[in-house]
Structures are given as structure tokens and as C-alpha cells.
Ligand binder design. Sequence first.
Ligand code: NAD
Ligand code: WQD
Length: 340
Amino acid sequence: MKVIVTGGAGYIGSHTVIELVNAGYEAVIFDDLSNSSASMISRIESITKKEIPFCKVDLSQSSECNDAFNDHKDASAVIHFAAFKSVPESVQYPSKYYKNNIGSLINITNCMDEFQIPLLVFSSSCTVYGDAQELPVKETSPMLPPNSPYGHSKQLGEYFLKNLSSVNSSQIKSIALRYFNPIGAHESGDIGELPNGIPNNLMPYITQTAAGVRQELSVYGDDYDTPDGTAIRDYIHVVDLAVAHVKALVYMRSDKSNQDYEIFNVGAGKGSSVMEVILSFERVSGISLNYKIAPRRDGDISSIYAESTHTKKTLDWSEQYDLDDMTRSAWIWEKKLRDL
Ligand code: NAD
Ligand code: WQD
């Protein structure tokens, strides 16, 4: 079975291509390399020992998107990662985010209908819950006002797929996976997260600080209403997240799946504070991290973690890795990248 993986050269996409190939699927990567590099394709190939077809295409351009699908119209499913993902950049350049994140999704679903490709897995995010008042958040928890154009683009993507599922003109069956905070890297240390410029996210900031690329980590706020005062998130190993996509495809093709649009949280269901992540990193690396307490970051919420029972039961998925595995693998990747 052939699966088109848009954004397959990126962080989560690359790990998912590996898990797809491991599970016996044929994966094709569609990516414009706007936030990744061609070397990622060869790294994936050396891990999987398979040639992975790659199509360099900007999916926000409808004719380019159409040509790429035309070359792979025998595909049975699409996993759609391709999007821009920086929260602060989206605040600065909202049109860039709406154009790519919504435009690409519309182009892709048009092509799927044209070429009769029936199954879609969409990358959504826990950001759609906003500043949720009741924790853990369930798939049925309300979507609150988003704190960024990026978050809004994910909410719109979900509404769009839901609406599409109810019209006769589209035959697409889709699943939105709401990722919590993916961190970590493949055990080989050959692929991992490679942010452009100064990282916004905690894990790459930690590993770059330990590697000497950044001088000091700022811990944004130690006055939250949490046990140690630092903010809580639901960190999930990127390989566990990748496996959830394979499980979603298996589920969609099974008799168990009888809805045209479904949503699943993908988190471990456990919150960890910023300080717990730092302590885990120090434990596994043996490095004493240079950090300081700084003011809260604008737009941050205090805590969020997933109710993941529905996902675990329905998709027959569960996380295999704990926080130390996540921080250890992130560090192995960073060291290999920097030749340390
Ligand atoms: P990433 O930037 O590493 O990967 C995205 C890939 O898509 C990149 O390789 C980029 O070059 C490609 N791309 C972007 N726009 C494109 C276009 N128009 N045409 C073709 N390719 C394009 O990001 P990631 O962390 O792997 O995230 C993947 C998806 O998961 C995104 O949709 C993101 O919003 C979502 N998500 C990420 C996180 C996270 O913390 N990383 C959390 C929740 C949801
Ligand atoms: C985690 C915690 C920070 C950096 C973002 C997006 C979200 C989703 C996942 C895509 C927070 C703290 C961070 C630093 C710090 N992405 N922190 N010092 O903000 O939970 O979620 O990525 O959908 O939409 O908003 O992740 O890794 O930036 O932060 O103290 O240098 O680490 O304040 O509490 P976040 P993050």
C-alpha cells in the first residue's frame, strides 16, 4: 500500500516514514524543503535500507500539487504533515500561515478527491484546546480561542475536514491527530529535530545549550500554579508519535472504523514540568545545564496534558518511551549533529 507523506523530510514526517516502511508500507515523500533538507531523505533511506521516492513540491501551489499527485495517483492514503509551525512567526506573518496551512490542505484534499485517494491523516495539535480549564483535555473538550494564527490554522483545518466529511462531493475519510509536545529522536541518532535559527521549543534549546551553541536556557516562569512553579506539558517521544500514524491508518482500514472524521489525542497522558525535563536531561547526559529563571513567555499556558484513553483503546496504541528516553535520544542526536 502506497502512502504519500507530505512534509516527510521534516521532524515528525521523517520518523513516520521510517515506521511506515518498518510496517510494510510504501512511502512517498512530498516536501518543498522549506524547513528541512534533502539530506534527510538519504538519512531515512540509510535507516530503512529502502529507496524512498521524493517529490520536491510546494503543496500550497495548486498546479504543482496536482502534478505531484498525478505522478502517484495509485496511492491509497495521505499523511499530511506539511505546514509551517512556528507560533511567534505566525503572529508576525499571519498570511504566510493561513496560505500554507489552509491552502495546502485544500489543494491536497482536492487532489485526493480527483484521484480517488480515500484516506487522510492530518497533523493537528493540542494548541487547538487553547488555555483549557479542565485537565486532562479530552477530544470532546471545547476548542477555546487560539493564542496564535498558527493555532487558528489547526482549528480551521479540523473544521474543514469535518465539513468535508459530511458532503457527497468528497469521499475522503480522515483522522485528525492532536499531537501534544513531541520531543526526542530516532535511536540511530541520524534523524531528529533541526530547528532553523534560535529554537523556540524547550528540548532543542536544552540540547543546544548543552552543546555550547546557546549560552544559557531561560526557564520561562517559575510562578505558575504547579508543584514546582514551572509550566507543565505532555511530552511524547517522536517515535511513539510516528507509530500512532501507522496505527491510525490500520484503524481507518478496519471494520472498527465507521465514521468519516475522527479526532484522537496523541500524548502520553502525563504532564511534566520544565524543571522535570531539565532534571531528566541532566540525569541522562551527566551535564549540569546552564539555566536561569526568566519571566513567563507571552501566550504560554500553565499546564496541559492529554486524556489519551480513547486513542490507546481505539487505535491499539500506547507510548513505549518515557521522559528519560526522550531527553537521552534528543541528546544523542544533538551530539551526532555537532560531532561532539
Ligand atoms: P517540520 O517543519 O519539521 O516539518 C514540516 C515539513 O513540511 C518540512 O519538511 C517542510 O519543508 C514541509 N513543508 C512546509 N510547507 C510545505 C509546502 N507548502 N509544501 C511542501 N512541503 C512543505 O515540522 P514538524 O515538527 O515535523 O511538524 C509536522 C506537522 O505536525 C505540522 O503540521 C505541525 O504543525 C504539526 N505539529 C507539530 C508539533 C511539534 O511540536 N513539532 C506539534 C503539534 C503539531
Ligand atoms: C514547552 C515549555 C515553555 C523554551 C509549542 C506550540 C504548540 C505545539 C508544541 C505545534 C513551555 C518552556 C520553552 C525555552 C522554556 N506545536 N520553555 N524555555 O509552547 O508547549 O508548544 O510546541 O503544534 O502549538 O505552542 O512548547 O517546547 O515551546 O515549550 O522555559 O527556551 O517549555 O515556556 O512551558 P509549547 P515549547
